[in-house]
Design a protein around this ligand. Structure first.
Ligand code: GLA
Length: 561
């Protein structure tokens, strides 16, 4: 079924002379004329779209010579906009802006008669700059108050070759007019081909069912993890706003791999000789954080210290991933400065977001209650560079000490882990947490809760085992958050285990509910089955069409007001 959707989507979009981001290569697109011989670059905009959403409102490949929707940026612009046969991305022709007078000079696609204010769209386009400069694609319009607005949508990695930029989402704000898509950057000729604009439909969710957040609002926050791509679908956003609007976890982009800025750190080191101040950036998290701010949704910060999704250079002399491991002392200085910079910049950029929780350390204990093996996770999965540098798990206390020192007021500090109900790990977490609690530097435990309904009635962990773990954590006198809940059924088993899944979910959520005085948040790891990291196991409450599954109804059954 899913495959069929994708095939229909690809053929629809290809027939509109573009290539969608469905994992399809564009090498068969037919080299012509001055076609670049190097393989083209497919840019990942994070965009996905379901076939139900397709309504093509504009498409053009210049083969018919029609450029009536295009003009130069302004009447003073010296650029000439014309059809060219020098390069083409499939076919023989493209549009070329030549004689450009500078960065801002170039072509625009006028949206009048194509897009309407108040609606959402996706743009796909092939672009190329003659020299090595990247091309920036942006949106310009006059807002309802008459102010000129401009936003950058995307910048290609480089120039000199075609870039297929697929499914780039943009919205035309209510009351806006004179909108256009502009192409800028560098000053050599810009080529454009295979332009498609798709209108996204109005939200497609069930509006007449209970809201999860509402059902549990007197008990705990209900939230979910999202990525920037999720924000491109109105339906997904509507689902989020109806059921999960009490808390957002940024699915990936607040992890060290995204926040630690390798280029800026290297530049800072080169300029100052100081290799103890890693530099940070929140560019990747921006779409989700901007959204959380605009909707006033509290955010869980996930995560500062982890063996996974952390760059190797962070632990190495001279920030060289192939270099020697740094000493404990140097690592401690880096750790402190990183956590300081992390919170300072986050609060500086988003002073009005309620960062109410932070997973300071993620997944440091093994199921046998021991620290991870020492090593580089990027070389041997599961190994920890933290343990390699420190020799043990003593970095945990340091991380919490620095987090307590620099986290904004009101941001509670958590230790977060999976298989957190298994004895060896559970005991290790309890022992660590008692110690950190005595030192006043931890506020709670994050139970990830990645669970599995197995064939038949068997599930792991059993509801009893899970409840027992909740009971033991609750004795700590710390807060508990369920941070990443999902419960798979056997891979690709369709709907046959949905009732068993519903029964299991109900047991788990009712167990959490029993401890509602100790539990402050119930967070799911994703919105709907297709958006899950474990998609083949259909582990969430909503199916790929955003329809509530039996598990949704089962968990609210005993709690509806
Ligand atoms: C762990 C992490 C999450 C996420 C999931 C997989 O549970 O804590 O951030 O990476 O794995 O998606």
């Amino acid at each position: 079924m899913i495959k069929k959707f994708l095939i229909v989507l690809c053929s629809l979009l290809c027939s509109a002379c573009m290539l969608a981001s469905c994992g399809q290569s564009d090498s068969s697109s037919g080299a012509q004329g001055g076609q670049q011989s190097e393989e083209d670059i497919n840019e990942d905009t994070g965009g996905t779209i379901s076939v139900n959403d397709i309504k093509i409102v504009f498409s053009g490949d210049f083969e018919d010579g029609n450029i009536s929707a295009y003009s130069k940026r302004s009447s003073e612009d010296a650029a000439a906009i014309a059809v060219s046969e020098e390069f083409a991305k499939g076919g023989k022709k493209s549009l070329c802006a030549s004689g450009r007078s500078g960065e801002k000079s170039g072509p625009v696609l006028k949206l009048e008669g194509i897009g309407e204010a108040g609606k959402d769209y996706c743009l796909s386009v092939a672009v190329m700059q003659r020299d090595r400069s990247p091309v920036t694609i942006g949106l310009e319009y006059t807002d309802k108050d008459g102010a000129a607005k401009s936003e950058t949508l995307f910048t290609t990695k480089e120039g000199g070759r075609w870039h297929n930029v697929n499914l780039l989402a943009f919205s035309l704000p209510e009351g806006s007019k004179d909108s256009c898509i502009f192409f800028e950057g560098g000053s050599s000729d810009i080529f454009i081909d295979n332009v498609t604009i798709v209108e996204l439909p109005s939200a497609n969710i069930e509006t007449d069912i209970e809201s999860l957040c509402e059902v549990f609002k007197d008990d705990f926050k209900v939230g979910t993890a999202i990525t920037p791509a999720d924000l491109q679908s109105r339906s997904t956003v509507a689902l989020l706003e109806k059921h999960f609007n009490a808390s957002i976890t940024v699915g990936n982009e607040l992890k060290p791999d995204y926040v630690l800025d390798g280029a800026a750190t290297a530049a800072y080191y080169k300029e100052t000789g100081d290799d103890e101040h890693p530099q940070v950036t929140f560019d990747k998290a921006k779409p989700v954080l901007d959204y959380a701010r605009s909707k006033n949704i509290p955010v869980r910060v996930h995560t500062l210290v982890w063996h996974s999704q952390t760059p190797s250079w962070f632990f190495k002399e001279g920030y060289d991933p192939a270099g020697n491991w740094v000493s404990k002392e140097k690592m401690t200085a880096r750790l402190e400065n990183y956590i300081k910079a992390y919170f300072e910049k986050l609060v500086e950029l988003y002073p009005d977001i309620n960062f109410y929780a932070c997973d300071v350390v993620n997944e440091a204990w093994m199921e046998n209650g021991k620290p991870r093996k020492a090593g580089d996770n990027k070389v041997h999965e599961g190994e920890s560079a933290w343990v390699k540098v420190y020799g043990d798990n003593s970095f945990i206390e340091l991380a919490f000490t620095f987090a307590r020192k620099y986290a904004p007021e009101g941001c509670k500090l958590y230790y977060n882990d999976y298989n957190e109900y298994m004895d060896g790990k559970l005991n290790a977490i309890l022992k660590m947490a008692k110690d950190l609690k005595d030192k006043g530097i931890i506020d709670g435990i994050g139970m990830q809760s990645h669970l599995d309904v197995r064939k038949g009635t068997d599930a792991f962990p059993s509801v009893d085992m899970y409840k027992k773990a909740l009971g033991r954590y609750s004795e700590l006198g710390l807060d508990i958050q369920i941070t990443e809940l999902d419960a798979t059924v056997p891979d690709n088993s369709g709907e046959q285990y949905f009732e068993a899944q519903a029964e299991y979910y109900k047991g788990i959520v009712n167990a959490v509910y029993e401890y509602k005085d100790k539990v402050s948040a119930l967070i799911f790891w994703g919105l709907s089955d297709d958006k899950s990291w474990r998609a083949s196991g259909q582990p969430l409450l909503f199916d790929r069409n955003n329809m509530a599954k039996p598990a949704f109804y089962s968990i609210i059954e005993d709690h509806k007001k």
